[in-house]
Design a protein around this ligand. Structure first.
Ligand code: NPW
Ligand code: K
Length: 531
């Protein structure tokens, strides 16, 4: 599990060590980790270290101190290192160490700015150490102009020197991932003590590149994380697995209320997603013409034109491929939500929801749908506002609706109304294709239908109470993302259609559980000898 923390949480974890006078030790560890990452990355790019050119952009706080000490390590390895001081002061210890190691110091002035921007744009590596967790707002003044000029020169001259962010890309809010003003997009972010939440939420994640966490000795003082990301071992622990005497009903039945005369394909794709994700049975409810298509495409699905009350299921999927005039389907969707069973509510169901929901209802909007939901609830966020602050938006949506909310995107975020948050980034941009969301809804619906009463596998991972609905949605996003990626890789990195995501999913499921000892144990439990 990748865990992430707010800047405040990390600073609080540092307090006991700072009180013991270990501030310098923490900074040295951070700086050493940062320098090592620069060396490793340059080596992996085939660059010679000796004589290579490094520019450190230095702010006046401790983030700048980390950058200066890292620059000192690199200068001592024979790299030609320049520190550009962007503020009216610099960390005294770091500056002294940098100069002792032979680094060159330049103060940023408007007159020097073009030359310094050209030097940074042409460097083998740039370390962005202007602002870290102590930032208030984005880069301002000449530091902001410098970042703009470096970016413009790199673009114009097609430069691709390594860009490394110290702790976080300067100008990104450590807690929310919001970008105020210009930000230098990093290839790697080397972050200290624990990942910051803002690095795992867009747009922060867009700018962070690959995130490396360097341990500095504060980890045991960190509180419960403010955000989590499921990795393979966590997925293996959370994936349901049929018992030896399972039958289709005990494995979970998903009721699907999706598709319409206009969008019949959505029903098929939702059913295909569900069938690929381990559910015992899928019951489809919808218009006869759509049911016919579902029968032909997925003969495993049991179709009916009945009501929600007439169908016994363990969870419902509602909304994919439904419009505002599909009254019969919308009635079914409302009945499903009123049933007290777990529900995934997608697309066309979102505008038809009651104002107050419960955490076992999982909403799956994209940014535009979330903006419409906010407007319906009487708040003004538009799509751009949602995209500029995905974490704040998904958390607010969960609080305002009382539901678990999954916001789809390059980084998919899931928030429970009481604070548990997940961030998954398992996919590929090829997943942005029509029908992809229908498959995701099917996958999450299938996982909800299999959730059962056993909450032990969640609490074992530190996920308490209603946070499990968010974990199930995150698990669905992780499976869907990895399946899409596998489908694209099978096509040598080429495009995929939504059906291909469902086709690739069972193998991903198998691989994930096979790669974990826990999964292997679960599978082997089938062949336990009789006693
Ligand atoms: N604590 C530790 O032991 C360890 C901390 N570590 C490192 O410290 C970093 C946090 O350091 P930090 O708290 O000094 O804050 P930092 O991010 O450098 O910036 C604050 C400075 O910038 C200024 N400033 C603020 N906003 C601004 C703006 N928009 N535009 C321009 N200036 C602005 C502000 O000045 P002020 O406005 O208050 O006058 C202040 O001087 C953390 O990210 C990690 O890298 C590691 O070494 C591990 C050990
Ligand atoms: K930084």
């Amino acid at each position: 599990m990748i865990t992430a923390y707010t800047g405040t949480q990390v600073r609080a974890a540092e307090e006991p060590l700072l009180a013991d006078g270990l501030g310098d030790v923490l900074m040295q560890r951070a700086a050493y980790g940062l320098a090592a990452a620069v060396v490793n990355e340059l080596k992996s790019r085939g660059s010679r270290l000796n004589g290579s050119r490094v520019v450190v952009l230095v702010g006046k706080g401790n983030n700048g101190g980390d950058g200066l000490y890292a620059g000192a390590f690199l200068a001592a390895r024979g790299m030609r290192t320049t520190a550009v001081l962007t503020g009216n002061a610099a960390h005294p210890g770091g500056l002294a160490a940098f100069e002792r190691a032979g680094g060159r110091v330049q103060r940023l002035t408007e007159a020097e700015l073009p030359a310094l921007a050209a030097e940074a744009a042409g460097a083998d590596a740039v370390i962005d150490a202007v602002l870290g967790t102590g930032a208030k707002g984005g880069l301002r003044g000449s530091a902001a102009h410098l970042i703009d000029a470096i970016t413009a020169t790199r673009d114009a001259e097609h430069r691709d020197g390594l860009l490394v962010a110290c702790d976080l890309p300067s100008g990104i809010d450590a807690d929310t991932g919001e970008a105020a003003g210009p930000v230098l997009p990093a290839d790697i972010t080397v972050t200290f003590g624990g990942a910051k939440t803002g690095l795992l939420a867009d747009p922060g994640a867009d700018y962070a590149g690959r995130v490396l966490v360097v341990e500095i000795g504060i980890e045991e003082h960190l509180p419960a994380p403010s955000m989590r990301r499921l990795e393979e071992a966590d997925m293996a622990r959370l994936l349901p697995h049929p018992s030896r005497r399972a039958q289709k009903y005990s494995r979970g039945v998903l009721g699907v209320v999706a598709g319409s005369e206009n969008y019949p394909g959505a029903a098929v794709l939702a059913c295909r997603g569900a069938l690929a994700a381990g559910v015992g049975m899928v019951r489809y409810l919808g218009p006869p013409s759509v049911a016919d298509l579902v029968r032909q495409s997925c003969p495993e699905v049991v179709c009916s034109t009945g009501t929600v009350a007439e169908n016994r299921v363990q969870a419902w999927l509602v909304g994919s491929g439904m419009g505002p005039h599909d009254h019969e389907q919308l009635t079914r969707a409302r009945d499903a939500i009123a049933s007290d069973l777990p529900v995934v509510a997608d697309a066309g169901a979102l505008p038809a929801l009651p104002a107050m929901l419960a955490p076992h209802v999982v909403l799956t909007p994209h940014a535009g749908e979330l903006a419409s939901l906010f407007q319906r609830l009487g708040h003004g966020e538009d799509r751009e506002a949602v995209e500029a602050g995905t974490l704040a938006a998904v958390r607010q949506a969960a609080v305002r609706t009382g539901a678990t909310v999954l916001l789809k995107g390059a980084t998919t975020l899931v928030a429970a109304p009481w604070g548990t948050t997940f961030s998954q980034a398992d996919g590929t941009p090829w997943l942005a294709t029509a029908g992809s969301g229908d498959v995701l809804a099917g996958v999450i619906g299938a996982l909800l239908a299999q959730a059962g009463a056993d909450v032990g596998r969640f609490t074992d991972l530190g996920i308490e109470g209603d946070g499990r609905w968010a974990a199930i949605a995150a698990l669905g996003a992780a499976l869907h993302g990895r399946a899409g990626k596998a489908a694209s890789e099978a096509a040598s990195g080429g495009p995929i259609a939504a059906g291909g995501i469902a086709d690739a999913l069972p193998e991903i499921w198998g691989k994930v559980s096979m790669l974990s000892n826990y999964g292997a144990w679960k599978r082997n439990s089938h062949s336990q000898p009789l006693r």
